[in-house]
Design a protein around this ligand. Structure first.
Ligand SMILES: CC(C)(COP(=O)(O)OP(=O)(O)OC[C@H]1O[C@@H](n2cnc3c(N)ncnc32)[C@H](O)[C@@H]1OP(=O)(O)O)[C@@H](O)C(=O)NCCC(=O)NCCS
Length: 230
């Protein structure tokens, strides 16, 4: 499946430098980001999601893993991306209304998730609870919603390793349907980087790891700051 779902600059990178070509952009850490961090427990999180969150927060304390905050707006620092790549004729009101797709539902109804990264090992793990508005077949999660979260997770993995990227290709094998409202574990890792191409793989399993729901490979391309996108 070829993806148009990529959200490779999901808002988890607040506080770190964004590289565009060889130019390091300023840190987002000092920005006054008013919208809340969605990658923290809320009352809609079920027991599994809370347990996994707590387990990885302990790993964060040990130092190898980092929780990735997640907001629903693009930080002001993406002004640079906008200037370079977004059509200047796009109405400003439309841009100001824009929200990150995966963070556009009310708590618990859509995508509830938290990601953790291990930069040394070039891995990103996402714990995802699919809310009732993500139904596909009755009682199961929509394949597009699963693709969205695989894309977001592998995209984050590519971004951590390669800076600003876009999805060029996403291949998914759906092996078992994911029950709606359950929690799954998405593990992604960088397979290789060849020039501007970043190859990432991902598997989606049940919390007890007994069930393999999906396997995926993705190709991300590091953006060339001298090329127009459209
Ligand atoms: C991804 C994208 C930015 C790449 O465009 P580009 O910067 O002009 O890159 P190029 O086309 O020069 O490709 C760079 C390299 O990647 C390879 N590549 C690009 N797309 C590829 C694909 N789908 N499959 C395999 N290889 C691909 C090219 O063959 C080229 O390889 P080479 O350097 O060995 O010759 C562009 O194809 C695009 O805008 N696609 C849409 C992205 C999108 O909307 N994604 C969803 C939202 S993130």
């Amino acid at each position: 499946m070829s993806s148009t779902l990529g959200l490779s600059w999901d808002q988890h990178h607040l506080g770190q430098e964004v590289q565009m070509g060889s130019v390091a952009r300023r840190s987002f850490a000092s920005e006054n980001v008013v919208n809340r961090d969605h990658a923290l427990p809320n009352p809609s999180w079920n027991k599994d999601l809370r347990l996994l969150f707590d387990q990885f927060m302990r790993k964060c304390e040990a130092g190898s893993w980092k929780r990735l905050p997640s907001n629903n707006h693009s930080p002001q620092s993406f002004q640079d991306f906008q200037t370079r790549f977004v059509d200047p004729k796009l109405p400003k009101e439309q841009i100001s209304q824009a929200r990150l797709f995966t963070r556009s539902f009310e708590d618990g109804l859509g995508f509830e998730y938290v990601m953790f990264c291990n930069d040394a090992e070039k891995r990103v793990v996402c714990f995802f609870q699919a809310g009732p508005y993500l139904q596909g077949a009755p009682g199961f999660t929509h394949g597009g919603a699963i693709a969205t979260m695989i894309d977001a997770t592998t995209g984050m993995c590519a971004f951590r390793a390669g800076g600003v990227v876009m999805t060029a290709n996403l291949n998914i094998n759906y092996k078992r349907p994911i029950p709606l409202c359950s929690v799954v574990v998405m593990k992604s890792q960088i397979d290789k980087v060849e020039g501007r191409k970043v190859f990432v793989s991902c598997n989606v399993r049940s919390v007890d790891e007994e069930t393999l729901y999906s396997e995926a490979t993705s190709l991300f391309i590091k953006l060339d700051p001298n090329k127009k996108l459209a």
